[in-house]
Design a protein around this ligand. Structure first.
Ligand code: F6R
Length: 240
């Protein structure tokens, strides 16, 4: 795994955006795998700026997001669809019909997971997948467990993740208990992966991942199986 240590969150956001922009310049119809959460917000702002300044073009870009709460309406301001529209899609020249987020309003979650998995597979996987990392080492909603699931599936959120996400809701009780998420194999099918980690609360997870071994106790450690992964982090996440 290649590691880029930045001084600040802003620097990490710019470095990450540069990596995504490079893929877009080399392949104007690239498939971008995208993440939500606080971490990539700065990167999305940089990508929006680059698009405004004419450096990158989203006209022929397709996107596939990692996950979505379940059940949740796409209009709910806590949904990941809403987040993506606000933080990126409404700020760049992307064709919205090419933007894909698992449908949190689908009547049957299992069927939606299967449909989404088949769709990502039909694209041949993402050209680049952007990831954040949970403080417990989760990626997308693949939480530490005895076993990990390879394909897109419905999962229940751990108490730790509900607690971490409660800051976006009025109270922890309002955080949805389930989610639709790409599986470990879906994520690893991307041609290139960039994982962004900022802040001291990510240090333990980063340290475990950088050991170079794989354990289901830290799903991010499975990125060690992939041959083109870049970790972009700040000094706090790297050094603790
Ligand atoms: C979101 C996602 C999650 C986050 C992780 C870190 O699409 O896949 O795994 O990347 O929970 O979240 P933040 O960035 O808010 O610390």
């Amino acid at each position: 795994m290649k590691v880029i240590v930045c001084k600040t969150y802003e620097e990490a956001s710019l470095e990450s955006a540069k990596i995504v922009a490079e893929v877009m310049k080399n392949k104007p119809n690239a498939i971008l795998g995208l993440a939500t959460g606080s971490t990539p917000e700065g990167m999305y702002s940089e990508l929006a700026r680059m698009n405004k300044e004419g450096e990158i073009d989203f006209k022929d870009i397709t996107t596939v997001n990692l996950d979505e709460y379940y059940p949740i309406s796409p209009d709910n301001d806590q949904s990941y669809r809403y987040f993506m529209n606000k933080n990126l899609f409404d700020r760049v020249n992307i064709d919205k019909s090419r933007t894909h987020v698992p449908d949190g309003s689908a009547p049957d979650g299992e069927k939606e997971a299967e449909r989404y998995e088949n769709y990502v597979r039909s694209l041949g996987g993402a050209d680049i997948q952007v990831l954040g990392i949970g403080r417990n080492g989760h990626i997308a909603f693949n939480e530490p467990d005895e076993e990990l699931v390879p394909v897109t599936h419905v999962t229940s959120l751990t108490a730790d993740t509900i607690d971490a996400n409660a800051r976006f809701f009025k109270s922890a009780d309002e955080v949805p208990t389930h989610a639709l998420t790409m599986g470990m194999g879906t994520i690893l099918s991307a041609k290139k992966i960039i994982i962004i980690a900022t802040g001291a609360n990510k240090h333990e997870a980063v340290k475990q991942m950088l050991k170079g071994t794989c354990t289901t106790k830290c799903p991010a450690s499975f990125l060690n199986l992939h041959k083109d992964v870049v970790l972009v982090c700040d000094e706090a996440a790297y050094n603790g």
